[in-house]
Design a protein around this ligand. Structure first.
Ligand code: OFO
Length: 183
């Protein structure tokens, strides 16, 4: 059974993951509007990843006898002036998420909740990959700068990103994860 402190902290993390999804959905909309469909695709794939992150916690709280409580979402910015600006914002947001995951892990250790520590390990590993993905694209964008040919080439590359996480959560996240790379 989850204790109240752990349950509240995990519920706050659901909200942060849902905001992440909302933020990347907003970036996707912005780049669709700018005619950069590859960047829009990359951020929509990221939206699905964030929904998975939120749903895993939602289900975990229930498995441990707690109750997922959904809170209001903050409005994400509607506009991003350039792909570089959006990816720098993405990296900064992911660094904030990494900090919040580390704080959750520290709470699980302080509360001697071994099951939560094992559960949170997946997120610790995931954040290393998330920050690395953003850093790689930022490096490319810094080389490209304002070169339209470079932006269009990267846009074509990012158009190839596909969703590898399940998007059907109605039968439960563990069922949806079986047989996927994300599981
Ligand atoms: Fe982007 O890792 Fe969850 O929030």
């Amino acid at each position: 059974m989850l204790n109240k402190k752990m349950e509240d902290a995990l519920n706050d993390q659901i909200n942060r993951e849902m905001y992440s999804a909302y933020l990347y959905m907003s970036m996707s909309s912005c780049f669709t509007h700018k005619g950069l469909k590859g960047f829009a695709n990359w951020f929509m794939v990221q939206y699905h990843e964030e929904m998975l992150h939120a749903m895993k916690i939602y289900e975990y709280i229930g498995l441990r006898g707690g109750r997922a409580i959904l809170k209001s979402l903050q409005q994400p910015p509607p506009e991003f002036e350039s792909p570089l600006n959006a990816f720098i914002s993405t990296l900064q947001h992911e660094q904030f998420i990494t900090k919040s995951i580390n704080e959750l892990m520290e709470l699980a250790i302080a509360e001697k909740d071994h099951a939560a520590q094992i559960f949170l390990q997946w997120y610790v590993t995931e954040q290393v990959e998330e920050e690395n993905n953003d850093n790689e694209i930022i490096s490319q964008l810094k080389i490209i700068r304002d070169d339209p040919n470079g932006i269009m080439m990267l846009d074509r590359e990012l158009a190839a990103r596909t969703t590898t996480v399940p998007t059907e959560f109605s039968k439960g996240i563990e069922a949806a994860l079986k047989g996927t790379a994300a599981g």
